[in-house]
Design a protein around this ligand. Structure first.
Ligand SMILES: *Cc1c(COP(=O)(O)O)cnc(C)c1O
Length: 368
């Protein structure tokens, strides 16, 4: 879910809907899902709990048990946690609360297209800075965009999708300095949003910096590291003031009772999640070094996917050759700044072996 096929002026029409093309092939490594779900004991606990739910009653509107479990996991207060139906709904809530007509959001491209897309859906203007050719983001670019546009919402994504790299600590410090300074000077409440969908795969997280007097919201999801893309659950960790603003725009009872329970129970199995993450990181390193033996530029990743650009063959031809061999990766080859690039999600050892075998053939195969 991260491709917008067409963009329109939101003053007249809404942007085109998002879609992530799916094909019925044996090995699907195109949407950055985890290759496995939570441990079987989680499912037993969930089934038990679901039997005991009072289905005639509305769920806990404040999602207290879930938010308490998330807060405990991160060592913050319940009042610092906003939960929603996937981190995409968290992003939408942020834009409803802090964006909208007459307001501006900043993105640093190429990055997760949903940031821009949801901004446009909510009528928020979008300004952008550019990453360099290695997709690194320079603090100077952040300073320039934030200094000249003073956006109400600043999106950072670390590790960045689809490029896989993490931002430097200087980037975050620069953004926080400028937005805090602006907030103090004008009273306007800007917010820096760090999308950390892949943070557990990475070397550092912005979470430690969340504090009551910093305009920082860190957004996480159960979709990737927790192996629960089917659950649709995400959250933000932020100062209580920001959480209160997000609660204001959320629909009553937006988190159903089963989801609240499933998320709460998932947090009992942090060990299994960490094991999965360690295994994926090891596989990511293997994929990266194997791909580097081919005639391919491979970008360093701290996520559960790897972006690469075949040197001697067109990206789309390689994508098609992989599909012909039953392997689906994400074709980014026609996206702005990503000419010729493909993105592969790290899968199981077997899936990754199938991908690598197909890659060896694809790099020598005649275009289909
Ligand atoms: C996958 C992804 C998400 C996840 O969105 P959910 O709605 O939680 O499934 C969010 N941000 C980024 C950058 C992603 O790649």
């Amino acid at each position: 879910m991260e491709r917008v096929s067409e963009r329109r002026d939101t003053t007249t029409t809404l942007p085109a809907a998002y879609h992530s093309p799916q094909l019925d092939v044996a090995v699907r490594l195109n949407t950055n899902e985890a290759p496995s779900g939570p441990p079987p004991v989680w499912l037993d606990e969930l089934v038990d709990g679901v039997r005991r739910l009072e289905w005639n009653r509305y769920p806990d509107r404040d999602a207290t048990a879930l938010r308490t479990a998330i807060a405990a996991h991160h060592g913050v207060d319940l009042a610092n946690v906003f939960a929603a139906n996937g981190s995409n709904e968290v992003l939408q809530s942020i834009l409803m609360a802090f964006g909208g007509r007459g307001r501006t959001a900043a993105t640093f491209e190429p990055s997760y297209l949903l940031h821009r897309h949801i901004a446009e859906i909510t009528g928020t203007s979008v300004v952008s800075g550019e990453r360099n050719d290695h997709f690194d983001l320079a603090p100077a670019v952040v300073a320039d965009v934030l200094g000249s546009h003073r956006p109400d919402v600043t999106f950072l994504c670390s590790p960045n999708n689809p490029t896989g790299n993490v931002m430097s600590r200087d980037v975050l410090a620069t953004a926080l300095d400028l937005v805090s300074g602006e907030t103090a000077a004008s009273g306007a409440a800007g917010v820096v949003v760090v999308d950390e969908a892949y943070a557990q795969f990475a070397s550092w997280s912005s979470l430690d910096l969340v504090g009551e007097h910093r305009p920082l919201a860190v957004v996480r999801t159960f979709s990737k590291t927790w192996g629960l893309a089917g659950l649709r659950l995400g959250y933000a960790v932020a100062p209580r003031q920001i959480v209160a603003q997000l609660e204001r725009v959320a629909l009553p009872y937006h988190l159903d009772a089963a989801k609240q329970l499933a998320g709460t129970l998932a947090l009992r199995h942090v060990g299994a999640m960490n094991d999965r993450v360690a295994q994926i990181v090891a596989e990511r390193e293997r994929l990266t070094s194997e791909l580097r033996t081919l005639d391919i530029d491979v970008f360093d990743s701290e996520a559960n996917f790897v972006l690469f650009r075949p040197r001697s063959r067109a990206g789309h031809d390689v994508w098609q050759a992989l599909v012909d061999r039953g392997v689906l990766v994400r074709d980014c080859s026609s996206w702005p700044r990503l000419q010729g690039c493909l993105r592969v999600t790290v899968g199981t050892v077997d899936e990754d072996d199938a991908f690598l075998a197909a890659m060896h053939e694809a790099m020598i195969a005649v275009p289909t």
